[in-house]
Design a protein around this ligand. Structure first.
Ligand SMILES: C[S@@+](CC[C@H](N)C(=O)[O-])C[C@H]1O[C@@H](n2cnc3c(N)ncnc32)[C@H](O)[C@@H]1O
Length: 323
């Protein structure tokens, strides 16, 4: 196969090492950190701008941005989450200072006192510090709100929770400088993405049984939303966007995307509703483009500079996609 270095590589002018460490600063149900090696292997060879409309902890964005520095459009329906990203982007040092104060006084009383506060009544940096503090100390890092929109997850049972890592917040802030953030539902992508852009959709998973977590927002994410999302996927496909979507291995999801290429990957997830037991389950990754058979240069190891094309192809093939 003829090999064309991607424009992203040319813009970056250097090859960074394959390093799957990402500076996520929230713990998020369905977070993609552990699946990054498999997702990376299925990324398109080249693209213009990056869109991630179900951002959560942003694992895929942070991974890609470390490699490409391309313009990114990030959004999520969770307003408090997006407000927190804005603070990480613009005021990382003041956020770290306030998180340090919360960490020093961490206690059950402080958790419930902060949980009881209305974030809209706080200044934006205090609201972000509260959001990260509650996320890292609550039960399983869950985000759940009551009918009034008040966060209602109880305190977790961590002995010494890692509330934040200063270096992660500073790294995340730097990587967010090229990104536009919006608190908005996923349909926005249909209005903004153009031919040649890459969109990664990671919606709340369709339940495999009655116990799966789809909470995240007050409205949930039922079959109707999954079907609406499929319509957006189809429209962007026709427009010439490159698309990737993750979801559970449910018959309903397979039937929605049966016109596209569906790969099965294994993920370690909570396998009961309380999240106490973990096990390996199949998940789906749908793509609408031909996955390059060579390792895109923007993802290659530093050592790749010294490797020939056949060895790049060989290293790519040695990754077991369905393992
Ligand atoms: C599976 S999580 C994404 C996880 C993320 N990829 C990560 O690595 O952490 C799904 C996300 O979709 C968001 N969400 C739920 N309904 C939405 C909607 N209608 N539009 C946009 N985002 C939505 C939730 O707030 C949640 O952050």
């Amino acid at each position: 196969m003829e090999f064309h270095p991607s424009p992203i590589y040319k813009r970056e002018k250097r090859i960074l090492s394959v390093n799957y460490s990402v500076p996520t600063f929230v713990k998020w149900a369905g977070g993609k950190t552990q699946l990054l090696p498999k997702i990376a292997d299925l990324l398109p060879g080249k693209f213009n701008r990056y869109f991630e409309p179900f951002l959560g902890s942003g694992a895929v964005f942070f991974y890609l941005e470390q490699k490409t520095s391309c313009p990114a459009f990030l959004s999520d329906a969770n307003a408090e989450l997006i407000d927190t990203y804005e603070v990480v982007k613009r005021h990382p040092r003041e956020l770290i200072r306030r998180l340090g104060a919360l960490k020093a006084r961490h206690s059950k009383a402080q958790f419930y006192r902060l949980r009881g506060k209305n974030p809209k009544m706080l200044d934006r940096i205090d609201a972000a510090a509260r959001f990260i503090y509650l996320n890292k100390t609550c039960y399983n890092g869950l985000y759940r709100v009551n009918s009034n929109g008040g966060f209602n997850v109880p305190l977790g049972s961590y002995v010494n929770p890692t509330i934040f890592d200063e270096r992660d917040i500073l790294r995340a802030s730097k990587l967010l400088q090229n990104a536009e953030l919006q608190h908005v539902s996923f349909e926005i992508t249909e209005k903004c993405a153009k031919k040649g852009d890459f969109v990664y959709f990671d919606p709340p998973y369709h339940p495999l049984n009655g116990n799966s977590f789809t909470g995240y927002t007050r409205n949930g994410f039922a079959e109707e939303e999954q079907t609406k999302l499929k319509r957006v996927f189809e429209k962007l496909d026709k427009r010439g966007c490159k698309l990737m979507l993750s979801n559970s291995d449910a018959a309903f999801v397979r039937s929605l995307y049966d016109d596209f290429e569906i790969r099965t990957v294994k993920a370690r997830r909570a396998i009961n509703c309380k999240g106490e037991k973990r096990g390996e389950i199949n998940e789906l990754i749908v793509v609408n483009y031909e996955v390059p058979s060579y390792l895109p240069l923007y993802l290659a190891e530093e050592t790749t500079q010294k490797m020939s094309l056949p060895s790049i192809i060989a290293s790519k093939r040695s990754l077991n996609m369905n393992a």
